[in-house]
Design a protein around this ligand. Structure first.
Ligand code: PAF
Length: 284
C-alpha cells in the first residue's frame, strides 16, 4: 500500500492504472477509521482491481470550528488498518493541497435541487456544499469506476447521487457508480461513528437508547401514523437523561421530503449525547 499526499502523484498513479485497464474503487473518508469504514474498503477491494482510500478532514464541510479542531486524527493507525484490508493507495493531502485560500473562503456553490435544505442541511448550512466540494475534487483526481459511501449519512449519499446524476448529464464523471453500503453497528446496536470516540463509557451506554428506539419504531409504524411515530420516537429519546433530539424526521428516501406514508420511507435522527452530535436512521 502506498501513501500519497500530492495530487499530481495521485493522478500519475491513476493514469498508470487506467492505462493497464484496471478498475478503480474510491472510498472517501475523514480518517479515524472504524469497522464501518472497513466494510466500505473491503467492498471496494473485492469489487475493483485498485482501491483508493482518501483520508482528509475536510475543513469546508464543518460549520463549527470546535468540531473541526476536535475531529480525531491518526493517520498512522488508519494506514495500518487500511493496509491490513488490502487498500492499494491512501490519499492523505493537506488542506492547502486540496484548496486555494480563495476556494477555502468563497467555495463554489452547488445546486442540489433542495435536497440540502432539509434535516442536516437545515441544521448545518453549507455542510453539504462543503462535502461535495471535496468529493467532486476526489472524483476528478481518482477517476473511479465506483465510489463507496455509508448509509448512516443517508442525506449525504442522496446528495452525492444527485450530484453525480446531474454531472453525468454533463459527462463529467463517465460511468461512475455510487455504491451505498449498510450501517455497521456495535453488537449493542450503536451505529459506528468516528464521533463515538468522544463519548465516555457512560454516554456510550446512554446513546444505546437511540438505536433501540429506532428499532422499536418499526413496530410502532405498523399501528401509528407517520406524525405519531415521529412524536413517539422524539419523546422516547428525549425522556432519556443526557440525550436531546435535534430533529427526527420521516421522509421519502428519494426526495428527502416529509411523507405521510411508510412506503419508501426513512426516519433520520440527530441527537446530542452530552456535547457529541450523533446521527442514525432506520428504513421502514
Ligand atoms: O462521510 C464523510 O466522512 C465525509 O463527509 C466525506 C464523504 C469523506 C467527505 O469529506
Amino acid at each position: 500500500m502506498q501513501i500519497i499526499t500530492k495530487k499530481e502523484e495521485l493522478q500519475l498513479c491513476v493514469a498508470a492504472c487506467k492505462k493497464e485497464g484496471k478498475s478503480i474503487g474510491l472510498v472517501p473518508t475523514m480518517g479515524a477509521l472504524h469497522e464501518g469504514h472497513a466494510s466500505l474498503v473491503r467492498r471496494a477491494v473485492s469489487d475493483n482491481d485498485v482501491c483508493i482510500v482518501s483520508v482528509f478532514v475536510n475543513p469546508t464541510q464543518f460549520n463549527n470550528k470546535e468540531d473541526l479542531a476536535l475531529y480525531p486524527r491518526d493517520l498512522e493507525r488508519d494506514a495500518k488498518m487500511l493496509s491490513g484490508i488490502g487498500a492499494t493507495y491512501v490519499f492523505a493531502p493537506t488542506p492547502e493541497e486540496m484548496y486555494t485560500s480563495e476556494e477555502m473562503e468563497k467555495p463554489f456553490e452547488f445546486d442540489f435541487g433542495g435536497l440540502d435544505k432539509v434535516m442536516e442541511g437545515k441544521m448545518r448550512p453549507g455542510h453539504f456544499n462543503g462535502v461535495v466540494q471535496v468529493v467532486s475534487r476526489l472524483f476528478y483526481l481518482t477517476q473511479p469506476d465506483k465510489a463507496y459511501f455509508g448509509e448512516k449519512d443517508f442525506q449525504q449519499l442522496a446528495i452525492i447521487r444527485f450530484m453525480v446524476e446531474r454531472s453525468a448529464l454533463a459527462g463529467s464523471f463517465g460511468n461512475l457508480r455510487i455504491v451505498g453500503c449498510p450501517i455497521v453497528r456495535e453488537e449493542s446496536g450503536l451505529a459506528l461513528s468516528s464521533r463515538n470516540e468522544r463519548l465516555s463509557a457512560e454516554e456510550k451506554a446512554t446513546a444505546l437508547a437511540i438505536s433501540r428506539t429506532l428499532r422499536d419504531s418499526v413496530e410502532w409504524s405498523e399501528k401509528g401514523s407517520v406524525k405519531e411515530v415521529e412524536k413517539r420516537v422524539t419523546d422516547a429519546i428525549n425522556a432519556v437523561e443526557g440525550l436531546e433530539v435535534e430533529y427526527y424526521e420521516i421522509v421519502d428516501k428519494t426526495t428527502l421530503l416529509p411523507t405521510d406514508s411508510f412506503s419508501n420511507a426513512i426516519g433520520c435522527v440527530t441527537v446530542y449525547c452530552g456535547k457529541v452530535r450523533l446521527i442514525d436512521n432506520i428504513q421502514y
